[in-house]
Design a binder for this molecule. Structure first.
Ligand code: BGC
Length: 374
């Protein structure tokens, strides 16, 4: 079968021929990969700034945002059968007996750092025609989501972040009375999204759906299709080229939640300064090598203490966030069908993948269609 791999030693990215994987454990399923999304993490891996091949191997098959079809199931598989659509999760647990997170199936909270991530860290990914893995890492997807389900993995990032933010926003304020507040946890609150990439746009959809007055702030100027998508979902777009962070905060009022989805340290540092009272700042970006910036930790500490602020980092996602993201994406698709579909800029052949990853301008989310590879 064909697979796209990076070779850090020789700094190459190429399509390789590999043997099809076979089921070797009773709880495993064999998957035919349908779609694989390209994201910033793939670009960093292909720039050799991130990512690690499996131990003892010279290459890493990349790809972690995927949609697949089950083609075979081992005898101990109970939930899935051939023909089912699934989105596999990314992270696999460490083997330390005392890692409470991994031992309870929550490897996104792994304490040891010895987790593996498919397509990223010490485990081959999904840019391949076939993959074998354990049923427990599969998230079943309704068949009518075939065209958009590749967006589920990037949405899990926002989903996990918002699940945690909603928990804090509803339990922390002593005056919060669920009987009096609406069912939307963001109603009456203001959110700011940094960035108009897929994680930012999906995050904005989640925030608007949760009832937040949502601003999206990025450097792009109109006309720009990404800005049109922001407007189409009822969020307000502001360009950093026309309004400073301070003026933005003056206009938006108390920023209750800032959702950082660009992974740019200088941008995040400026945004931290405008986080509102009792606000939560969520970081989702994983920056690569970046220029050093000047920072004012004393101001940060003063603000965090005097304004009861929370700085929340969130990585990866577990089973609950995948299930919730599948529901949310369905909801977004019902509310804004054309906008959700427009997030997928195009489907391309595996032969075009490395060029797209290395920078050929394409749509918002470029997808490699592996089912056309054979
Ligand atoms: C992936 C996460 C992963 C993170 C760090 C992101 O692009 O979506 O699953 O944990 O990179 O490796």
């Amino acid at each position: 079968m064909k697979a796209l791999a990076v070779f850090p030693g020789s700094r190459e990215i190429k399509l390789v021929d590999m043997n099809d994987p076979d089921i070797s454990e009773p709880d495993q399923v064999k998957l035919q990969i349908l779609d694989v999304g390209i994201c910033g993490t793939d670009k960093e891996i292909c720039a050799f700034e991130y990512g690690t091949p499996p131990v003892g191997e010279d290459h890493l098959v990349i790809g972690h945002e995927s949609l697949a079809r089950v083609v075979a199931a081992g005898p101990a598989v109970t939930r899935l059968q051939p023909g089912d659509l699934v989105v596999p999760s990314v992270r696999r647990p460490c083997s330390h007996p005392d890692c409470r997170a991994c031992r309870s199936g929550h490897q996104d909270y792994c304490y040891t750092g010895d987790f593996r991530e498919r397509g990223i860290k010490e485990a081959h990914g999904y840019m391949a025609e076939f993959v074998v893995d354990s049923e427990r890492y599969m998230n079943p997807v309704p068949t009518d989501m075939r065209e958009i389900a590749v967006l589920i993995e990037p949405l899990t990032i926002a989903q996990k972040a918002l699940d945690q933010a909603s928990w804090m926003m509803q339990r922390r304020p002593p005056w919060f009375d669920p009987a009096k507040e609406g069912s939307e946890f963001g109603s009456g609150l203001t959110a700011l999204v940094l960035g108009v990439g897929p994680v930012g746009l999906l995050g904005a959809m989640a925030l608007v759906s949760a009832g937040f007055t949502t601003y999206v702030y990025s450097r792009e100027l109109p006309p720009n299709p990404r800005i049109d998508l922001v407007t189409a979902i009822g969020a307000r777009y502001i360009s950093s080229q026309t309004l400073s962070f301070a003026d933005l905060a003056g206009e938006a009022g108390n920023l209750d939640l800032v959702y950082e989805a660009v992974g740019q340290s200088h941008f995040a540092a400026q945004a931290l300064r405008v986080l509102g009272t009792n606000g939560i700042f969520v970081m989702t970006g994983v920056p690569g090598l970046q220029a050093l910036i000047e920072a004012d930790p004393a101001r940060l500490m003063r603000d965090m203490v005097l304004k009861n602020q929370i700085l929340l980092g969130t990585v990866n996602a577990g089973t609950e966030a995948f299930a919730a993201a599948i529901d949310s994406l369905n909801g977004f698709h019902r509310a804004w069908p054309e906008t959700v579909e427009a997030l997928i800029g195009g489907r391309y052949l595996p032969e075009e993948a490395s060029e797209l990853i290395l920078g050929r301008p394409a749509g918002i989310k470029s997808v490699i269609a592996f089912d056309s590879a054979a």
